[in-house]
Design a protein around this ligand. Structure first.
Ligand SMILES: [Zn+2]
Ligand SMILES: [Zn+2]
Ligand SMILES: [Zn+2]
Ligand SMILES: [Zn+2]
Ligand SMILES: [Zn+2]
Ligand SMILES: [Zn+2]
Length: 188
């Protein structure tokens, strides 16, 4: 009885060894893809990627207003600076006097100096803050092309869906296993 069990165990062990040999030695399956030759695409989750043409919106930006919905139009000269683009302000060096006391000597020896900052005029020109120096008055108007929506034509690249087939897997969600090069078997 005891001997019989030993023999049985021996047979079982032999059978297992053969099985492992057959699996590993004769037809080694690629572990990475479990023998299928393909792996899940890492570039996408559903075979689709966001359309780069329209950034997934399905519509292109209005090419008149660049998607802003408004257009800046010049409507005339800036009323603040009379179209010159600059406005005179009081000179900070001489406080608008055009001259200042030279205080380098002792008190009583101070002399009036002509201000070189403003050439004695007491005023310096500074860029107009209303028109930012352009001299023109501008107004933002609703873009007539897209009626303020900022949207242009439907995106032809993705048929207005905002998604295109993943270029890596052509929408199949599978890519060829790089380990076994699609054979499903380990290379020898
Ligand atoms: Zn698109
Ligand atoms: Zn527009
Ligand atoms: Zn101005
Ligand atoms: Zn001055
Ligand atoms: Zn893909
Ligand atoms: Zn593989």
């Amino acid at each position: 009885m005891k001997i019989n069990l030993c023999i049985r165990r021996g047979i079982c062990f032999c059978f297992l060894t053969v099985l492992i040999f057959v699996l590993n030695g004769c037809s080694p399956i690629c572990e990475v893809c479990a023998g299928s030759g393909t792996v899940a695409c890492v570039d996408c989750s559903d075979g689709k990627t966001t359309c780069s043409e329209c950034e997934g919106k399905g519509v292109l930006l209005c090419n008149i207003c660049n998607g802003e919905g408004t257009k800046v139009v010049k409507i005339g000269n800036c009323s603040f600076c009379d179209g010159t683009g600059s406005v005179p302000i009081s000179c900070s060096k001489c406080h608008g006097l055009g001259e200042y006391y030279d205080t380098r000597g002792s008190i009583g020896m101070w002399t009036m100096q002509r201000c070189d900052e403003c050439s004695g005029s007491g005023r310096v020109e500074t860029s107009c803050v209303i028109c930012r120096g352009s001299g023109k008055e501008t107004e933002k108007k609703e873009c007539p092309d897209c009626k303020g929506t900022g949207q242009g034509a439907e995106c032809a690249a993705c048929n207005a869906t905002g998604k295109v087939d993943c270029p890596k897997c052509s929408g199949t969600q599978k890519t060829v296993c790089s380990v076994c090069e699609g054979t499903g078997k380990v290379k020898k």
